[in-house]
Design a protein. Structure first.
Ligand SMILES: [Zn+2]
Length: 281
């Protein structure tokens, strides 16, 4: 079973995850969630800390704040622990600590050994939107929309389609690097066009984010997803594929920031220099 933070913020709807008896404690912590978690508040329109407001467990007037307490109390009868946790729906609510009226809600269906997210508000896409927004400067308008669409589709349980969009973003990064490389002397375009994707990436190594050239298999997995993997497998692998793409875009963002800073300093330096010269004259 995934960690609670991942279940709340990354898990797509209608995707079953299994758990073992050893993970009953995680279930308990989810059902009675009172922790804090940081994410984007769509009503504040900024990052915020959210706090779980689920009620503490009380049985027969006794407070039972932790899983350990529950287990110890019914150590001779584990059935009671199971009755508390299995075969039911969980409703997890969190509140924005900047404004308590901003609430998030998550629903889970729990069986004997599976947990499945069956609802949430705000949508996964809305929670992820600001993270994607960050990449707007390094994506074309079209690719930015497609990145949003990829995340939006997983919210609705569409895994294969979301892989298609991620692969298009990947291909776009390659083509962008290709355009730059073509301007260079000694570039052999025929080799490039004939090459398989991993060969292309090797040829473009110096023009691509290092994370991409070191992790060529991302493309292979995305392609396999489109042709061979099931809808559920794609959904399961999507978060890690997305982070892979984000790491590439992070590198591009850094590069852009650095270039911006360099340009500013260059400009400032030359203005200082011309002032000094004026004073000397
Ligand atoms: Zn808020």
């Amino acid at each position: 079973m995934k960690p609670i933070e991942e279940l709340l913020l990354n898990d797509a709807l209608y995707q079953k995850d299994t758990f073992t008896v050893e993970e009953h404690e995680l279930l308990f912590n989810l059902k009675h969630y009172r922790g804090t978690i940081d994410y984007h508040c769509s009503e504040c329109n900024s990052s915020s800390t959210f706090e779980g407001t689920n009620r503490e467990l009380v049985i027969g007037g006794h407070r039972i704040p932790t899983f350990r307490d529950l287990r110890n109390r019914f150590s001779s009868n584990y059935n009671v622990v199971e009755q508390q946790l299995l075969n039911q729906y969980y409703f997890v609510e969190t509140e924005c600590t900047r404004d308590r009226s901003h609430k998030s809600m998550f629903f889970f269906k729990v069986t004997d050994d599976t947990i499945e997210k069956v609802g949430q508000y705000p949508s996964l896409a809305a929670l992820n939107q600001p993270m994607i927004q960050k990449y707007r400067p390094v994506l074309s308008e079209e690719k930015y929309k497609e990145f949003n669409r990829a995340v939006g589709l997983t919210t609705h349980g569409v895994g294969i389609g979301s892989f298609v969009y991620l692969r298009r973003i990947f291909e776009d990064l390659i083509e962008e690097a290709h355009k730059v490389a073509q301007q260079e002397e000694g570039w052999n375009n025929d080799d490039f066009i004939r090459g398989r994707m991993d060969e292309k990436i090797e040829l473009l190594k110096h023009h691509l984010p290092s994370f991409l050239s070191e992790n060529k298999m991302i493309y292979g997995i995305l392609s396999k997803g489109i042709h061979e993997l099931s809808e559920n497998e794609c959904l399961e692998y999507f978060p890690i594929m997305k982070v892979g793409i984000e790491l590439m875009l992070d590198e591009k963002l850094e590069e852009l920031e650095k270039k911006k800073k360099q340009d500013e300093v260059k400009k400032a330096l030359s203005s200082i220099q011309s002032k000094i010269k004026k004073n000397e004259a």
